[in-house]
Design a protein around this ligand. Structure first.
Ligand SMILES: [Zn+2]
Length: 376
């Protein structure tokens, strides 16, 4: 009897135990499967958050076929993900913009093609793209924004400038980015922080706060003026290299001016204004903050023996060789329309060997180079 009862008890307890065990095993298998897939997605470059969302939206196979895609990662992390846009997300190049997915949704909704969405997003930043999505559909996206250095924020200016000037799209983008559609000295960009590659011209002004941090004195033997000449350390080094090479060719290079502070330039402008009048100053003298000499990256080159530099052999030598040492003639005669300055045969800007070579070989100005390659 006792035995029987015992057995009965056992058999009635076994059933739930088996079910519980089975459930536990199934849960373990599902979890193992789940974590395995999360791991695979993470290995592909998806975040934990995106990986979870991919699995819950049943897009695991879709993603495994596509592989790594940062825009898709952002889409699955986002709370504005739209299933219908999935294929398009995959085709938009990723940009690190806070509202990337929201903006892609809005642009697609306005009827822009994926290619147009790509151009708009790659040529703008989060703020300008977000603003742009508020507008009605705009024309000429591909015409202008397919140019490498185009900027979304300048799109209306491109359209307006081309209407007026009838230049091709690339020239239009270049000239508008150089602010050719604005008056000289009106509403310039003001620059505070020192930067070796800074561009200064009639649309880009250095503030009185803009002071180079590593000035050195040019050795007296190279200075053709009574005053000390200061310049940025690397520029001095490059100048000495250049002067040494020049001397092997029988040339005697010197400098007559280097760094000039905002205040120096103020005094110079006033002096010339009194001596020669406004017209002269407008054509030949940079207003305070508009002189490249304030960057400490520019030198006025002189010949030791000949006072008028253009008549010296050093002038010809510099035209042929300066780029090898990282210097460019900043205001050439053939580029007066671009630089906005009358030719200054003596004024050289240090930009480093690589950029100097490119500028020399392609016969362009630093203004153009900067807009095409350095401006962001
Ligand atoms: Zn100069």
């Amino acid at each position: 009897m006792t035995k029987k009862r015992k057995l009965k008890l056992k058999s009635s307890a076994r059933k739930p135990l088996v079910i519980i065990s089975a459930v536990v095993v199934v849960i373990i298998i599902i979890l193992a499967f789940y974590f395995n897939r999360i791991g695979e997605l993470k290995n592909l470059g998806y975040s934990e958050e995106a990986a979870k969302s991919i699995i819950f939206k049943f897009k695991y196979s879709y993603i495994m076929d596509i592989g790594e895609n940062k825009t898709l990662n952002a889409a699955f992390e986002s709370d504005v993900y739209i299933e219908d846009n999935l294929d398009n997300y995959a085709k938009v190049d990723y940009e690190n913009q806070k509202h990337l997915i929201r903006n892609i949704n809005k642009l697609l909704d306005k009827g822009y093609s994926v290619n147009e969405v790509n151009l708009i997003i790659s040529k703008g930043d989060d703020k300008s793209v977000s603003e742009f999505t508020k507008r009605d559909k705009v024309k000429y996206i591909e015409e202008f924004l397919s140019i490498d250095f185009a900027k979304l924020e300048n799109l209306d200016r491109y359209v307006e400038y081309q209407d007026k000037e009838n230049d091709d799209a690339e020239t239009t983008v270049l000239y508008v980015n150089m602010d050719f559609d604005k008056e000289d000295y009106v509403d310039p960009l003001v620059i505070d922080d020192f930067d070796d590659y800074v561009l200064v011209n009639k649309h880009r002004q250095l503030s009185s706060e803009y002071v180079p941090d590593d000035l050195v004195k040019i050795k007296d033997e190279y200075v053709k003026t009574d005053e000390d000449v200061e310049i940025e350390r690397n520029v001095a080094k490059a100048f000495y290299d250049m002067a040494e090479a020049a001397s092997k060719d029988g040339m005697e290079l010197m400098v007559s001016s280097g760094y000039r502070s905002y205040k120096d330039q103020e005094e110079i402008t006033n002096t010339y204004l009194e001596l020669y009048g406004q017209n002269y100053v407008d054509n030949y003298v940079a207003k305070p903050g508009f002189s490249e000499h304030q960057t400490a990256m520019s030198l006025d080159i002189a010949s030791k023996s000949v006072n008028t530099f253009v008549e010296s052999d050093e002038y010809t030598w510099m035209m042929d060789n300066a780029y090898k040492y990282g210097f460019i003639l900043r205001y050439p005669r053939s580029k007066e329309d671009i630089t906005g300055y009358k030719c200054e045969a003596w004024h050289y800007r240090y930009v480093g060997k690589k950029i100097a070579k490119y500028i020399k070989e392609n016969n362009i100005t630093y203004d153009e180079y900067y807009v095409m390659f350095l401006d962001d």
